[in-house]
Design a protein around this ligand. Structure first.
Ligand code: NDP
Ligand code: 2IT
Length: 444
């Protein structure tokens, strides 16, 4: 089947999975030329096999809340493709989680992991459980119940989960503890673990730092210095806070952060003390970003996203489809010349086209946020070696991987005019590696 026929077929078969179809459509429309150059791919029906996950595990997770009530959530693990290495990808705990969202994330992860230069296949998992407002004990009981079901399906060379929205160091610790008890081994089947029990230095920072390193590579193609630039960030979780941290180190001005209730606006740029406050607010008190506005008396846009403020650079770091066509046009009208995605698929197709048409520097998540899973890959390597690398060593490897990903995007995405279409570059580079590995291994 031709790529466009596969897409139509998937639309017919999975009509209720809009996020999955959105992610697939973007990839299939950009790899079509590369695909057509290889008639053997069509003979092996490669695209369809690459779009449909290897398997979808879904299960009920029952746990007891602090009031003694029994709660039931859905749990999932989507093992999308393991042509180049063990299944690998995060776990998301959020009330919005459903099969479509996890399928899009597992699909994207396959291409992202291919770009990292490391040997990792793609997967994603999660639950419609929300840790927000839950006690530590409730979160622990939920994580244990989730893993009591999942543990048989994962392993250090089979499938290695990690964090994502709603899953940070606390949740990974609880899940890994339960996994270890059941599997009776210490081979590090989760990444994002605490430093005391097999975690890697720089893993918490890796997605945010990696995104800034990717941005620096993009800016270098136009001779632009990051120093003094105004950056709008969305989110205030793991990715957003470490993006802001690195930007502050480099002398950029971070003017917004947000959560699902609203956006804070600090036109003069966050200070180091203010960023530390946000970090504590979110990680220890598990509070709302509104509380920052109350503490520092800055502007707060209730129920709004950051994209109406004047900025040079936007780094969406919250969730999918958080920049729509209107937001994108507003950013462009305000002079934004670079967008580097910390979140997965934060821009709608209309927004992506607006950025590409305007020829700004635009990095899709699967390239720009690959630093997180890259350092997860380095955590797996350290666990296998039973060694711990220094922060300097991990950070240097992260920088070099992000530069490598940038180069792959340039190689496959540079147009005759010189403009680098990072969407095309990332998709074609990610696709070719997985496709060649699948061809070499036969029909499975
Ligand atoms: P966190 O849970 O640490 O933070 C998520 C942030 O995004 C919070 O501020 C949260 O606000 C906000 N958010 C979540 N859902 C929504 C929503 N529906 N609408 C508005 N705001 C929302 O997650 P991460 O920082 O880990 O993840 C952020 C993004 O980065 C996700 O897209 C994730 O897939 C992606 N990513 C994460 C990686 C990682 O290593 N952690 C690696 C690569 C990509 P609130 O508290 O109100 O929910
Ligand atoms: O989207 C992602 O790349 C992640 N949530 C991190 C996955 C990982 O295995 O570290």
């Amino acid at each position: 089947m031709k790529a466009s026929e596969v897409l139509n077929d998937l639309r017919r078969r999975f009509p209720n999975e809009p996020e999955y179809l959105q992610a697939v459509e973007e990839v299939l429309t950009t790899i079509e030329d590369a695909y057509n150059e290889h008639p053997e791919f069509e003979r092996y029906n490669l695209i369809e096999r690459l779009c449909i996950p290897d398997r979808i595990l879904s299960f009920r997770v029952s746990w007891v809340d602090d009031k003694g009530q029994v709660q039931n959530n859905m749990g999932y693990r989507i093992q999308h493709n393991n042509a180049i290495g063990p299944y690998k990808g995060g776990i998301r705990f959020h009330s919005s989680v459903n099969q479509s969202i996890l399928k899009f994330l597992a699909f994207e992860q396959t291409f992202k992991n291919s770009l990292t230069t490391l040997a990792m296949g793609g997967a994603k998992g999660g639950s419609d459980f929300s840790p927000k407002g839950k006690s530590d004990m409730e979160v622990m009981r939920f994580c244990q119940a989730f893993v009591a079901e999942l543990w048989r399906q994962i392993g250090p060379d089979t499938d290695v989960p990690a964090g994502d929205i709603g899953v940070g160091g606390r949740e990974v610790g609880y899940m890994y503890g339960m996994y270890k008890k059941l599997a009776r081994e210490n081979t590090g089947t989760f990444t994002g673990k605490g430093l005391e029990f097999g975690g890697s230095r720089v893993r918490p920072e890796a997605t945010g730092y990696g995104n800034v390193y990717f941005l620096l590579n993009m800016l270098a193609t136009r001779g632009i210095d990051i120093k003094g630039k105004t950056v709008a960030i969305s989110g205030s979780g793991n990715v957003a806070t470490y993006t802001a941290d690195k930007l502050l180190q480099l002398g950029a001005k971070v003017v917004t952060m947000s959560d699902s209730n609203g956006t804070i606006y600090v036109p003069e740029g966050l200070t180091r003390e203010q960023l530390d406050y946000i970090f504590k607010l979110k990680n220890f008190y598990r509070g709302r970003i509104r509380e920052f506005a109350e503490e520092y008396g800055c502007e707060y846009f209730e129920g709004e996203r950051p994209w109406k403020v004047k900025c040079d650079i936007a780094m969406p770091s919250a969730t999918q489809n958080e920049i729509d066509g209107d937001d994108a046009r507003m950013l462009l009208a305000n002079g934004c010349f670079a967008v580097s995605e910390g979140a997965n698929m934060p821009s709608t197709p209309e927004a992506v086209h607006a950025f590409l048409d305007a020829h700004i520097l635009y990095a899709p998540g699967k390239a720009a946020n690959a630093g997180g899973v890259s350092v997860s890959g380095l955590e797996m390597a350290q666990n296998s070696q039973k060694l711990v690398w220094s922060a300097e060593e991990v950070d240097a490897k992260l920088r070099s991987i992000m530069a490598d990903i940038h180069e792959q995007c340039r190689k496959y995405g540079q147009e005759e005019s010189g403009y680098i279409n990072y969407v095309k570059g990332a998709n074609v580079a990610g696709f070719m590696k997985v496709a060649n590995a699948m061809m070499a291994q036969g029909i499975l």
